[in-house]
Write a protein that binds this ligand. Sequence first.
Ligand SMILES: [Zn+2]
Length: 404
Amino acid sequence: MRIATPSWTSHRGTALDVALEVLINGPVSRAQIARTLDLSAGSLTRLAQPLIESGLLVEVGEQSSGHVGRPSRLLDVVADSRHFIGIKLTGDSALGVVTNLRAQVVTQASTPLESREPSAVIAALGHLVGELRASVQEVTAVGLGIGGLVAPDGTVLAAPFLEWVNVELGARLEAATGLPVVVANDLVAFTEYERWFGGGRNLERFAVVTLGAGIGYGLVAGGLVVQSDDAGLGLIGHWPVDPYGPLCEAGHRGCARTILTQSAISGAVSEALKSDVSYDQALDLAAAGDLAARTIVENAARGLGHLIAAIANLTMPQLVILGGEGVRLVSVAGPAVRQGLSERRDPRATDVALLTTSGDDAEWCRGAAVLALQTHVLGTDTSTGNEEASERTAAAAVGLPPAS
Ligand SMILES: [Zn+2]
């Protein structure tokens, strides 16, 4: 029996939409909420009053409309009224954060994994959750992002970098911590953060591309993360970006994972220089003008541009968000990314809006915390699969396990 996440509010329908609008965009004026949700002032007052009385929303001052008439009162949530833990699990460590109701990081901690054996990993996760929850009064739920294939019940069907098959991670971590736990593919988590609180907030269509040990992709269309049973397989990693590149293990020449991953770039530079260099060293060398490193890094950046062009041509996003621990490639070789992008776009096409995130590992954790936060806010009971909420959080994306 899984533990149900306690519900943020019992209100449903348009009242929940009002609460969500304030959570995601607050502080926001009543006039703005009424416009966005197409409500009359009277309807909004009727819907908002019980939300304010229950302490879910608060009035936080007024905003002049700039026109004649009364200023509109602002509504907000109390961001620190709830806390969530978000964890990113990799092959050798677990990093966790505590966030508030707005997914802002309050504190973080990490633990190395001594072993990849499920019992040992779950014990380490239990310890990490214990350390994190001690920093706040109460934790509502835990979210966990993992590079792999995850069933809706939180069972990890396949996580190659941990060599896991069918590990009931969600249920076992709940038993270890006594807290509700949501487990999902890490790209889904990353994309959900961007959809609710990040650069994709209020956008109908946007894409996420992450660079790192693998290449990840998430797509939001119609305001929802596009869902697929294949989330967690390396779909985008096999997209061709360089016709002369090396072969991947599936026999593709120059697919994204052979050109754009951290190990592909550091490996190619190491081979050229006959000396082992790390990913960051490879980028440093390229930035300093080393000819071999610069050629390899700019070729990768141009390949990334081709990949973004394909995404833009096929899905017409309003924004492409670039993230992941390897995203520094974009700042070191930005012009090459733009060059690759323009090579594969119709010259009349609009410029693709790009947003580069920090690449900090905590971004993955914040995404995982949003998974937990969404089940709380939308009232998803992970053990039963609440239909309304599962429709709202309909989510999937594609993540690659580390190439090593
Ligand atoms: Zn491939």
